[in-house]
Design a protein around this ligand. Structure first.
Ligand code: FES
Length: 198
């Protein structure tokens, strides 16, 4: 039987290749996924230790393949915008500043690979959830559902057994897309605002 592990795009954009290599999610490279880690990074005779993602919320299916369906459930809880997209000209009806668009795009580069969870000693998914909440919260189209979204996604994250954030920043250090923990601060603000509004 072949050894089982996940992969899909091999271009660093799908987030499927979830391997813990030599003590790091996605291996020793920074800003790169497992599929972008090449054997030339290692020396002849090196011992390479490969493990599955380490998180109770990502149960192992087989060998190095884990079930990351928990992230899908968090997205289903609120990671969307409920608007009619309409025609092309309608898309331009709400103007977005370049600054907001750039910032939202930085958050949207999170590929949902789960490295943040695997890196965190608490198994927290806060970097993932905050990046996804931020990518919508920063845009005017995402504001109408911002409070509902922050509450729903945080509640789902807690329900699925992810740990709490204690600001160790391991997630930020290991994220292949360099997501910033300032997203977590934004999520906390969004969540508190939503609770106060309640
Ligand atoms: S296989 Fe898609 S990110 Fe690695």
């Amino acid at each position: 039987e072949p050894f089982v592990f996940d992969h899909d795009c091999r271009e660093g954009i799908c987030g499927m290749c979830s391997l813990y290599i030599n003590g790091h999610p996605h291996g020793p490279n920074t800003g790169a996924t497992t599929c972008q880690l090449y054997m030339r990074k290692f020396n002849d005779g090196d011992v390479i230790t490969v493990e599955p993602w380490r998180s109770a919320a990502f149960p192992i299916i087989k060998d190095c393949m884990v079930d990351r369906g928990a992230f899908d459930k968090i997205m289903q809880a609120g990671g969307y915008v409920s608007v009619r997209t309409g025609q092309a000209q309608d898309a331009n009806a709400i103007l977005i500043s370049k600054e907001a668009a750039d910032e939202a795009m930085d958050c949207a580069t999170c590929i949902g690979c789960g490295a943040c969870v695997a890196a965190c000693k608490n198994g927290s998914a806060m970097l993932f959830v905050s990046s996804k909440v931020s990518q919508f919260a920063l845009l005017p189209q995402g504001r109408p559902e911002a409070a509902k979204r922050a509450k729903a996604m945080v509640m789902k994250m807690e329900e699925l057994g992810f740990g709490n954030c204690t600001n160790t920043r391991a997630c930020e250090a290991e994220c292949p897309k360099h997501e910033s923990i300032s997203n977590i601060a934004r999520l906390n603000r969004e969540f508190i605002k939503a609770k106060l509004a309640d």
